[in-house]
Write a protein that binds this ligand. Structure first.
Ligand code: AMP
Ligand code: FE
Ligand code: FE
Ligand code: ZN
Length: 283
């Protein structure tokens, strides 16, 4: 789809397998018009993405996928066009990344009781200063021949009920929305219906987030169930939320392909108009 808009992608700054530059070249090759780079809890890929997009005609929306914890559940929140130099953004994302690092160490310690896996094996799969996650442990398990690929690792050893799982520090969704809005950004709940209609975040919790500036819901995403999407459309209509769609591309790390789901030009326009912490980069 020429000129398509894909607002959720990952690079090797977090758990994508391509550098930000490679991600941008893949976006250009696939004919995208606009891409958001949304690494987990990091803005470290923005500049390389802008540089790679220069002269290509591609528009880059700088973004991030913020980790939040809602009780026992991990809730991902996309953030667009916020000021990356905002003090709270810097300290909170550093705290989350640090928490993820120690959590990954704890997971590896547990796995190492049963498998020949070392911390160095995991570090070898990630870049210095990147946001570490289970995908990097998965890649180490693949490299050691214990599983066939990332998905197989997530279905077995790395499954949250697989016996090795550990949680990590993250702010609440409410704190997340406040922090993004205070930095001039636009918060959109990422894939909020991966567990179906009846496990979508409750209406009064959504209302609380909306009251603090939640702007949209990522409804067109392969992990949202069909009945979950119906529920999300009801919530979007009720609270006047913008609807987005995206691939959640991770390079070779996931089957998700660029532009497999897309966002309308009208929704993008609304997001760009609302974001005051940074401007889109027109390459
Ligand atoms: P973590 O944030 O460390 O708990 O790991 C979760 C991340 O792993 C998510 O951001 C996904 O992108 C990725 N992930 C989850 N399930 C899979 C899967 N089946 N295959 C590949 N990556 C996955
Ligand atoms: Fe990811
Ligand atoms: Fe996510
Ligand atoms: Zn993602």
């Amino acid at each position: 789809m020429p000129g398509a808009i894909d607002l959720h992608t990952h690079s090797s700054v977090s758990d994508g397998t391509e550098t930000p530059g490679q991600l941008i070249r893949a976006a250009v090759a696939s004919g995208l018009g606009t891409i958001a780079i949304t690494d987990h809890d990091s803005t470290a890929g923005w500049h390389e993405a802008f540089t790679a997009a220069t002269g290509t005609g591609l528009t880059v929306i700088p973004g991030m996928e913020l980790s939040t914890n809602y009780g026992p559940a991990s809730v991902h929140m996309l953030a667009y066009l916020f000021n990356p130099a905002d003090a709270t953004i810097i300290t909170e994302t550093a705290r989350i990344r640090d928490g993820r690092l120690h959590r990954a160490e704890r997971i590896v310690e547990k796995i190492a009781r049963d498998y020949d896996l070392t911390w160095d094996d995991v570090l070898a799969q990630s870049i210095d200063g990147g946001t570490l996650g289970r995908p990097h442990i998965a890649d180490a398990l693949v490299a050691k021949g214990f599983v066939a690929n990332r998905s197989a690792a997530f279905e077995s050893i790395l499954h949250w009920q697989g016996g090795y799982y550990e949680k990590y520090y993250a702010p609440s969704p409410l704190e997340g929305v406040r922090m993004i809005v205070a930095a001039g950004g636009v918060p959109v709940l990422a894939h909020p219906a991966t567990h179906g209609r009846y496990r979508v975040i409750e209406e009064r919790a959504v209302k609380e987030l909306v009251d603090e500036g939640l702007f949209g819901l990522e409804i067109h995403h392969r992990d949202n169930t069909e009945d979950g999407k119906e529920r999300l459309f009801e919530l979007a209509a009720k609270f006047g939320l913008v609807v987005t769609g995206s691939s959640d591309y991770h390079g070779l790390g996931k089957p998700n392909r660029l532009a497999e789901n897309t966002t309308s030009p009208e929704a993008l326009e609304a997001i760009v108009a609302a974001g005051t912490g940074y401007t889109p980069f027109h390459g």
